[in-house]
Design a protein around this ligand. Structure first.
Ligand code: GAR
Length: 209
């Protein structure tokens, strides 16, 4: 049997994706352990859930460091203290330096609330409404030095309704995020998801991608 895998989850705020991942790992009995939840903000709501669940958690506050490089180095030391097989960015709102991203090459995932390459950056739902797209959604991708970019693992489409507001659209996308992100992480944990020369391989007998 494959050894237990260690997952470290990075958050900045609410942590609803983190919670969905923790719950999927528990209920689906993944061969994995959430080794730590790490936040760059002391006031991240998601830290309370980590506390309640008895999951080790840490804060590496970006405001405590003079430069992006110094922060990323401190974050990397903290993450590596938990020996992760996979680093999961779940609403982690930081631009990362190239050395940090390269250190975790092939073992760091992010979810972004748009159908990339459309609408990188912030306020994706507002951007989608302003652009008048009929289809919006979310993307799980391997992290590279490009902001909100990198080889795509999976995407989920969410139709934009004529009555949608930024909030209603965000809410429907979030429900889908909570499904696709745990599924992609599970693929990784089970050794079914990998990346080679920038190409993503998914070894699952399904068209659910
Ligand atoms: C999620 O919608 C996630 O996709 C987004 O932030 C939200 C965090 O919510 N991430 C990004 O915009 C990354 N660029 P959560 O803290 O409740 O998971």
């Amino acid at each position: 049997m494959r050894a237990m895998r260690n997952i470290v989850i990075l958050i900045s705020g609410r942590g609803s994706n983190m919670r969905a991942i923790v719950q999927a790992a528990q209920t689906e009995r993944w061969p994995a352990k959430i080794s730590a939840i790490i936040s760059n903000r002391r006031d991240a709501e998601g830290l309370r859930y980590a506390e309640e669940q008895g999951i080790p958690h840490a804060v590496v506050a970006n405001g405590d460091y003079p430069t992006r490089a110094a922060f990323d180095a401190a974050l990397q030391r903290t993450i590596d203290g938990f020996a992760p097989d996979l680093v999961v960015m779940a609403g982690f709102m930081r631009i990362l330096t190239a050395p940090f991203v390269e250190h975790y090459a092939g073992r760091i995932l992010n979810i972004h609330p748009s159908l990339l390459p459309n609408f990188p950056g912030m306020a994706t739902h507002r951007q989608a409404l302003a652009a008048g797209v009929r289809m919006h959604g979310a993307t799980v991708h391997f992290v590279t030095a490009d902001l909100d970019h990198g080889p795509i693992v999976t995407q989920v489409e969410v139709p934009v309704l004529p009555t949608d507001t930024e909030q209603s659209l965000a809410q429907r996308v979030l429900i889908q995020e909570h499904i696709v992100y745990p599924r992609a992480i599970r693929w990784f944990i089970e050794g079914k998801l990998s990346i080679e020369d920038g190409h993503v391989h998914i070894a699952v007998e399904t068209n659910v991608r």
